[in-house]
Structures are given as C-alpha cells and as structure tokens.
Design a protein around this ligand. Structure first.
Ligand SMILES: Nc1ncnc2c1ncn2[C@@H]1O[C@H](COP(=O)(O)OP(=O)(O)OP(=O)(O)O)[C@@H](O)[C@H]1O
Length: 252
C-alpha cells in the first residue's frame, strides 16, 4: 500500500523565454492539493517541474526530503495523468496498463494480477482487449488512472485529466480518485479550473497568479469571506457562471 511523499519547491525559477515563473511551495504528504489559477499562470509548468519534464533554472525540488532536481522523470517517485493523449493508440487496454509495471511489457504473474485488479477498480473489466479508439473519453482516462494505480508511486500528478468530460462523468472520476486516495494515501496534486472540483476532493489548495504562488492553505479557508483576495477576485470575475442558478440568484 502506498503512502504519500511531501513535495517542496524551494525557490524554483523557470522561464520559457518571456514567461518567467518563481515557485516556492510546500505540498503536504498524503493530502489532495488542488492547483488553481488563471490560464497561463503556470499550473502545468508547476506539475511538469515536479514530474521532471522541465528542469529548474535555479532552486531545488525535494520529494520526501530527497533532492530530485536533476533526476530523470522515470527515476522520480511520481506518476502523471494528462488531459489527453495518455495512451498508446496501437496497444490494448491491458497492454497500456501493463506499461505501468514494465516498459517492455514483460509481465510476471503478479504484474498481470495487479493489472487485472486495477482494471477492475476503475470499472474496465471486460474491456481488456480494446484499443483506445474503441473507448469513450472517460474510459480512456480510466485506463490512464489504472496505469498509475499499478505503478503505485507516492506522488500522483493530475493535469486537468477530466476537463473534457461532462459534469456527471467528471464527478464519477473525481469520486474514483478520492476513493483510491482513501485506500492508498498517496500525495495527489490536481490542476483544475473548477472551484467546485477543488472543494469536492481537495483538503488543500494552491492558487497561482502570473507564475508565482499567490496563496496556499486549507481549501475551506479559500472559500471563506476573508479568504485570499486574489482567489476571491478570480472566482468572482471568472467563475460566477459555475454557481448553480439558485445560489447565483441569492447572492445578487
Ligand atoms: N512549451 C512552451 N513554450 C513556450 N512557452 C510556454 C510553453 N508552455 C507554456 N508556456 C508559457 O508559460 C506560461 C505558463 O504556462 P502553463 O501552461 O504552465 O499555464 P497554465 O496555468 O497551465 O495554463 P492553462 O490553464 O491555460 O493550461 C504561459 O505564459 C505559457 O504561454
């Protein structure tokens, strides 16, 4: 059974040419942390730095106290699920999940058992032989989740993996993540545009603005009337439409 690892970004500086970013943040072990912020604020970059797909120009990244700043992605105790394109088109569902155990798909009996267990856990039993194109968008993201389950890493990074799904399916997927988190207590970092998703599953939040951490803390604090001003402005101006009509009416 997994347990989570604390993540520390210690004065991490990174830039894509003009877009300079500076992250100083502590992410709690074994919690679900939601990362929110306007488009272009650096959410995906933050996850890519933790995963090792980007390398800081200055500063350090520590996972469980270990300096991973210069480690290859595969050497870090991290798995990541992207918004799309997580799967190999020419491999079946069970092969895509099996890659989580062995990149060469050399699977021992216990690996096959783990794959079957993860497919069962994610509601994909019976679809083992299908190709990704024979699945719905939600099912494809379930396969990506099943693969991270068999990898069983202490840190799970989710970069808006359910953004393309409808509301009911998105809620199902968030429930699945929450259920798996309760069982394994890995450290989950979830990028989302939706405050209601953060509120539903995350104990903690980080709000990014313009390439820096503008606020961080417990999720409930963000939604209190005296919560972080930058976040209040963000949900006030950009997310009003996300409120159910009856609540929106009451507040006007
Ligand atoms: N590969 C790249 N090359 C150049 N600039 C990039 C690249 N990826 C991101 N950027 C820039 O870096 C900044 C942060 O981008 P990032 O994708 O991390 O933001 P984000 O908060 O995830 O945005 P969104 O919510 O739109 O996905 C932006 O100014 C973006 O234009």
């Amino acid at each position: 059974m997994t347990t989570g690892a604390a993540i520390r970004l210690d004065h991490v500086a990174f830039s894509y040419g003009e877009a300079a970013m500076n992250f100083d943040a502590a992410i709690e072990a074994s919690a679900i942390t939601a990362v929110m912020g306007p488009s272009g604020s650096g959410k995906s970059t933050l996850l890519n730095l933790i995963a090792g797909f980007e390398t800081p120009q200055a500063g350090r990244i520590l996972i469980s106290g270990m300096d991973v700043t210069r480690l290859e992605p595969a050497a870090r105790p991290v798995s990541m699920v992207f918004q799309e394109n997580n799967l190999f088109a020419h491999l079946s569902v069970e092969q895509n999940v099996g890659l989580g155990r062995s990149p060469a798909l050399r699977l021992a009996a216990e690996d096959r058992e783990a794959v079957a267990g993860a497919l069962d856990r994610t509601g994909l039993a019976g679809k083992e032989k299908r190709l990704p194109r024979e699945l719905s968008g939600g099912e494809r993201q379930r396969v990506a989740l099943a693969r991270v389950l068999v990898r069983d890493r202490p840190v799970l990074l989710l970069d808006e993996p359910f953004a393309a799904l409808g509301p009911a399916l998105r809620d199902d997927m968030l429930d699945l993540v929450q259920g798996v988190h309760e069982e394994r207590k890995m450290t989950v970092v979830l990028v989302t545009h939706r405050p209601e998703d953060a509120r539903r599953v995350a104990q903690r939040m980080i709000f990014l603005d313009n390439g820096t951490v503008a606020a961080s803390g417990e999720t409930e604090f963000f939604f209190e009337p005296d919560g972080p001003a930058a976040f209040r402005r963000y949900i006030g101006t950009e997310q009003k439409v996300a409120l159910p009509p009856e609540i929106a009416r009451k507040t006007t």
